[in-house]
Design a binder for this molecule. Sequence first.
Ligand SMILES: Cc1ncc(COP(=O)(O)O)c(C=O)c1O
Length: 416
Amino acid sequence: MSYGTGLAALTAERIWKGVCLMKVSQRAKAVAPSATLAVTNRAKELKDQGIDVVGFGAGEPDFDTPDYIKEAAIKALKEGKTKYTPASGIPELRAAIAKKLETENGLKYKPEQIVVNIGGKHSVYEAMQAVLDPGDEVLLPAPYWVTYPEAAGLAGATVKVLETDKSNSYKITPDQLKKAIGPKSAMLILNSPSNPGGFTYTPDELRALAKVLEGTNVAVMSDEIYEKLIYGDTKFISFAALSEDAFNRTLTLNGLSKTYSMTGWRLGYTAGPVDVLKAMARLQDHMTSNPVTFAQYAAIAAMGPQSAEAIEKMRIEFEKRARYMTDRLRAMKGVECTEPTGAFYCFPDVSAHYGRTFGGLKITGSMDFAKALLEQANVAVVPGLPFGCDKNIRLSFATSMAQITKGLDRMEKWLG
Ligand SMILES: Cc1ncc(COP(=O)(O)O)c(C=O)c1O
């Protein structure tokens, strides 16, 4: 088909038919399409047909944002806090974050060492853009949050995956890290508690990893977004708080999405060595400018005196669900589940069922498993493959106890 030459050939009809008259960049083409989307879309299709699907896919708390935070945003709007702010965030918010990091995490940062980002995902992207060069290598323990490899790729870096398994509760060992570090290793990503499994490193385990990094050129990106959602006798410690060496090589990432049920507000932040944070501020100046102005005022309120009570209410509920879901999964035939010590996900190993045929569909991996579970039992889970662990599936317990019970009943019956 020819479109002729020159603008005259561009009829309105052709534009409306969606003809693309430009190329797509190699950079954008290299970004993997979401491997979870097929299941999510199919779940939506089934729901639209009136089928009662139980969804365990959610990556966000099912609670509403607490009222005191909403009220602070409304107040800010009424006061006309609707204009540009400094691109890295208003000084009052950066001061509030500095205070939080000092009192809760034992980390002393100056305001210029903190940038407020547009969600934790933006923190990840911008941090990698500020630190990584093409050809650098990122050490990524699996299972990993799906955004990390894509963000590393967008910075031109290559990814070296560090495999883990249930024998070590899906955590890397110091020895494994030592062997993985090579001349091009520029960054280690740590996410504790983790998405997709709620796996949390103990302070001693982190200390041992920090020791391995001493004397190397490896920076650490410590994504601490699930810091407040920890269960049982789990202890949280910021990687940067482990030693002076760790402090100087670590970017501490956090955000308000999970802790305050503020996923839609888009607020994250990064703290770390001043040169890198200044570079992030420069990038942000030209990429996005400031996070939403009135949301920044709400963030100050979120971290204020009512914070502890608001978080504890959610945490207690999540802890109850974590226990229940783990017990139920463990009781199912051919399912092994490491108990989540944080976050709001279970990540059971279901590979004992691979090779079986369910309702005419042979299960060869987590994609088939999730597909069959959705089609045949109307339970939506996320396959482990895009998280780097094809033996597992991810179930979020950020949904009501009634839904959790119903979904697990269906899954148990289906597997049995
Ligand atoms: C490990 C981890 N880091 C960061 C984020 C980013 O959260 P947001 O961009 O909503 O603040 C998420 C969200 O799912 C996550 O799971």
